[in-house]
Design a protein around this ligand. Structure first.
Ligand code: ARG
Length: 461
């Protein structure tokens, strides 16, 4: 059988292999709501411009509502022979309303139709990611406020470096993920332009009103070059780039959760909701959700790469290559939304183990920098010399296997006579974090202020 829609000049139907490589209905049926919204706007515009009759437009719009209801209800029979969502919808419309259905495709092409659908879809997907990110940011800001003064070791090279607060650590992710949120907002702004009316590639001779469909579909403006409108996929690349960076950020927190929840660290306890048991090792509580979030960048960066390679070197205007823009992108956006939701759940449920965190912060001479800073400020030593003196004091504590604060004043004075008992005030981890009051520093008062600021900012979002 030749294709019902474009088969006029083809004597034979496509081979089974051709049909299989050509059909996109299995994945682009996901665009049905956007496709129908676009067609309804197009039909209304054609009628207003006198290109089709009002009666035909009314029949088309009503029929499209019926098609949508059938798909919503799962009653629609998708046909691979009809290739894609556009032709499946139109063919069913013809069955429902007859001849007027054939007038819907006036002054458009599947080339501007598909990209209208995909822009609308991506806009919706970004709106969902936006809501998910706001929820995750809230969860992090709340955890930060609750643990503004919970002390933990801060790491560089995954070696204990200086004490920080758990809240400060959470707020680092708030900052990162809020930039992701901003990147999606930027991408949304740029993609919100209307390609409909560009037709196959050159525009149309019909007196269409692009401003009207622009308004009805909620686009900001009409795209101003028909070749660009049907060929551009950078809006999706940009969205996938933002998704990739966001997934990378999530994977870093996921990795920390995996490390923190291990029996060797025990920094946090994860809830049963986001862990699984082992089938043979009863003692285990595996951080599967965190591990899966850690793995998601694989497919999400993969989707960016797949589309970038499809688009690279592609001549103007539409080419069927572009049909390959959808599957991985859908998968990436779905999986990012899932990862964000899983992370929000994990963050809400995780319980920092305060005693273990504090003990870990106290080991490894994490207040050595505080001692050096004290020598600079109170003994007026150049920092380089203070670093050296501190090194000798740390070596002594190491030899005695004790904390810096367990050394006696005499022992320290034997290394440098200028040291007084006031030094003990800076040797505790509490004093260390409390003193980090510089803008952006880890002091509990800073963390409290910043988490409140974020919570307030997120309230209206
Ligand atoms: N299924 C196609 C796609 O996803 C729709 C556009 C087809 N256009 C064409 N000229 N064959 O890109």
């Amino acid at each position: 059988m030749t294709n019902k829609m474009w088969g006029g000049r083809f004597a034979q139907g496509p081979s089974a292999i051709m049909a299989e490589i050509n059909a996109s209905i299995d994945f682009d049926k996901r665009l049905y709501a956007q496709d129908i919204a676009g067609s309804k706007a197009h039909a209304a515009m054609l009628a207003k411009q006198g290109i089709i009759t009002k009666a035909d437009a009314t029949a088309i719009r009503k029929g499209l509502d019926e098609v949508k209801a059938e798909i919503d209800a799962g009653k629609f029979k998708f046909s691979a022979a009809l290739e894609d969502i556009h032709m499946n919808v139109e063919s069913r419309l013809k069955e429902l309303i007859g001849e007027p259905a054939g007038r819907l495709h006036t002054a458009r092409s599947r080339n501007d139709q598909v990209i209208t659908d995909l822009r609308l879809f991506t806009r919706d997907a970004i709106d969902q990611l936006d809501a998910g990110l706001v929820d995750l940011l809230r969860a992090l800001a709340e955890k930060a406020e609750a643990h503004a003064a919970t002390i933990m070791p801060g790491f560089t090279h995954l070696q204990s470096a200086q004490p920080i607060t758990f809240g400060h650590h959470m707020l680092a992710y708030v900052e990162m993920l809020s930039r992701d949120w901003g990147r999606f907002a930027d991408a949304r702004k740029r993609l919100n332009e209307n390609p409909l009316g560009s037709a196959a590639l050159a525009g149309t001779s019909f007196p269409i009103d692009r401003a009207m469909t622009t308004k009805e579909l909620g686009f900001k403006s009409a795209m101003r070059n028909s070749l660009d409108a049907v060929s551009a996929r950078d809006f999706l690349l940009e969205t996938l780039a933002a998704a990739s960076i966001c997934a990378i950020h999530l994977s870093r927190l996921a990795e920390e959760i995996v490390i923190w929840s291990s029996a060797q660290f025990r920094f946090v306890k994860l809830s049963d909701k986001f862990t699984t048991g082992s089938s043979i090792m009863p003692q285990k509580r595996n951080p599967d959700a965190a591990e899966l979030v850690r793995a998601k960048p694989g497919r999400i960066l993969g989707a960016f790469m797949a589309l970038a390679v499809v688009m690279k070197g592609l001549p103007m205007a539409y080419a069927k290559d572009m049909q390959e823009d959808k599957q991985q992108a859908f998968d990436a956006l779905d999986n990012l939304a899932l990862a964000i939701a899983a992370m929000a759940g994990m963050v809400r449920d995780l319980e920092p183990n305060k005693d273990i965190l504090r003990a870990a912060a106290n080991s490894g001479y994490a207040t050595a920098t505080d001692l050096a800073d004290w020598l600079v400020q109170n003994v007026k030593m150049p920092f380089r010399e203070a670093h050296h003196v501190t090194g000798r004091i740390v070596a002594l504590a190491e030899k005695k296997s004790c904390l810096l604060s367990d050394l006696s004043l005499e022992e320290m004075q034997a290394i440098h006579s200028g040291i007084t008992k006031a030094v003990f005030k800076v040797l505790t981890v509490e004093a260390s974090v409390a003193s980090r009051l510089s803008l952006g520093g880890t002091a509990p008062s800073n963390v409290r202020r910043e988490s409140k600021r974020w919570k307030k900012f997120l309230k209206g979002k």
